[in-house]
Write a protein that binds this ligand. Structure first.
Ligand code: ZN
Length: 485
């Protein structure tokens, strides 16, 4: 009986302890912070992890940071179906900010010209959070990450910001995040009940994974049909980030996962070096999680196959995509097979890997920039004087909308100058388009139009086929000689 009482006491203590958590729980120790930078609590009115941050509070904090910190600028790239802004923070040293446009131009130029010396260029890291709205530890960790990047002092942060341009996307799915925050907050009890049967952990249908129209946005990186994806893909092609991270959550009884995923399920068009670099970056996550005593695993689940996902899309675009999956508390604290899982604990793991990603990016900067430069050099070296033609002689709209997708990916396309026939297929002017294969995004084009019927591994986490001409139902010819076109 005494033992039971003690355990009960311990459980109560750990739950009330959540209320006492302050920002120092998340942040690296032995670092001083600029007192002029407001902490999240000063703006949002509660400690990070005490409540689920609503999207309006999240963006309010980001706007304030941009106002107070000369390391941060903020831009709004559009809005969701529910009218929420799609914010992007650019974080780098104040000196880099003075000529950020030149830095971006030089970064892109290096992908077009292999003779450009990349050794002095900053590396570009895109960090995106909670594309699934009910996987909220990512966006809540974005509060801590943005604070740290604005307020931390000393050589380490100064060196990082000199060598890195961080594109921080605090919420990849604002409408979903808001929907889940409402659920978790409005069902939170004054005394948290960690019983998995509690209402707090059983969000009502349709749940908050998706956006306003219930689309899973983490399948839309290739088709780009949603406003959130359109804004994000425009940023992607504008900046061509070297690393892109995608912070998710998984089942509550799991620990923490980071890529590489299962190797036999990597898309064959992804260069081997991509996975090698991902593995090297993974050592940084392992070491950082070791330091805070969190358990994790890698390479034992999740695949890197469908290019329409955030962690795979960069792999066919000269970058490195990295998936993080945190076991979800799906509320403020829940009992799991591994013991009590609190929301702040999940946030801390996500934040810790935000920093380990940045440390890896800084340490491996030249190597990763070179990898990207070589990726595009390899594309140029293997140009074919061939083109794809697609069209529908009766329905111009189908071709038009496929062309629209290609344009969003900065793939060059041309309209036909005159009608022509290939076998029985008639490609009509005004109803058809030509896609030359001798262009920068040739690997992306290949990935979009490839028909793949054989797989190294028959098991799949996810989408295994997406050939765009079949998806749009257009007539298609793959190897038209360019002179004919
Ligand atoms: Zn997810």
């Amino acid at each position: 009986m005494k033992k039971v009482f003690f355990l009960l006491l311990l459980a109560c203590f750990s739950l009330t302890a959540q209320k006492d958590i302050d920002l120092s729980y998340y942040l690296p120790k032995n670092i001083s912070y600029n007192k002029n930078i407001p902490t999240p609590k000063m703006i949002i009115g509660h400690e990070v992890g005490e409540w689920h941050v609503t999207h309006d509070k999240l963006i309010e904090y980001m706007k304030i940071l941009a106002k107070f910190s000369d390391r941060i600028t903020i831009e709004n790239r559009g809005e969701t179906f529910e009218g929420r802004p799609l914010l992007l923070l650019k974080i780098t040293s104040p000196k880099n900010h003075e000529n950020i446009d030149v830095i971006r131009e030089n970064h892109i130029k290096a992908t077009d010209d292999a003779t450009i010396n990349i050794s002095k260029l900053p590396i570009v890291v895109y960090q995106g959070f909670s594309i699934h709205g009910n996987e909220p530890s990512g966006s809540n960790a974005a509060l801590v990450a943005a604070y740290y990047l604005a307020a931390a002092e000393g050589n380490e942060i100064n060196n990082l910001l000199e060598n890195t341009v961080i594109l921080l996307d605090p919420s990849l799915n604002p409408d979903g995040l808001q929907r889940f925050a409402y659920w978790a907050n409005s069902n939170k009890s004054k005394n948290i009940n960690p019983d998995p049967n509690d209402r707090e952990y059983h969000e009502v249908w349709p749940r908050a994974r998706t956006n306003h129209y219930w689309f899973d946005m983490n399948r839309d990186w290739l088709p780009v049909q949603l406003p959130e994806s359109s804004a994000r893909i425009a940023t992607y092609h504008k900046w061509l980030p070297n690393i892109l991270t995608d912070h998710h959550e998984m089942g509550s009884n799991s620990t923490f996962f980071f890529q590489p995923g299962i190797q036999s399920r990597t898309h064959p068009l992804t260069p081997k070096m991509n996975q090698k670099l991902t593995r090297e970056i993974a050592k940084y996550h392992a070491s950082a999680l070791d330091k805070i005593g969190s358990t994790y695993y890698s390479e034992e689940s999740f695949d890197d196959f469908y290019y329409g996902k955030g962690s795979t899309f960069p792999d066919i675009n000269g970058g490195i995509g990295i998936l993080f999956e945190q076991g979800s508390s799906r509320g403020h604290a829940q009992e799991t097979n591994n013991g009590l899982l609190t929301f702040p604990f999940t946030i801390r793991n996500q934040f810790t890997t935000v920093l380990s990603t940045l440390k890896a990016a800084n340490d491996m900067r030249v190597k990763i920039l070179k990898y990207q430069q070589d990726f595009y050099k390899n594309a140029r070296n293997t140009y074919e004087k061939k083109a794809i033609v697609f069209g529908d002689e009766k329905d111009a709209a189908k071709s038009y909308h496929l062309a629209e997708v290609l344009k969003k990916h900065k793939i060059k396309i041309h309209e036909l100058k005159s009608d022509f026939k290939v076998g029985n297929k008639k490609f009509k002017k005004g109803y058809s388009y030509i896609v030359p294969k001798n262009q920068k995004n040739k690997f992306l084009i290949k990935a979009m139009f490839d028909v793949r019927k054989q797989f190294k591994d028959s098991l799949f986490y996810d989408v295994s086929a997406w050939t765009f001409n079949h998806a749009f139902g257009v007539d298609f010819e793959n190897n038209i000689s360019l002179s004919k076109a």
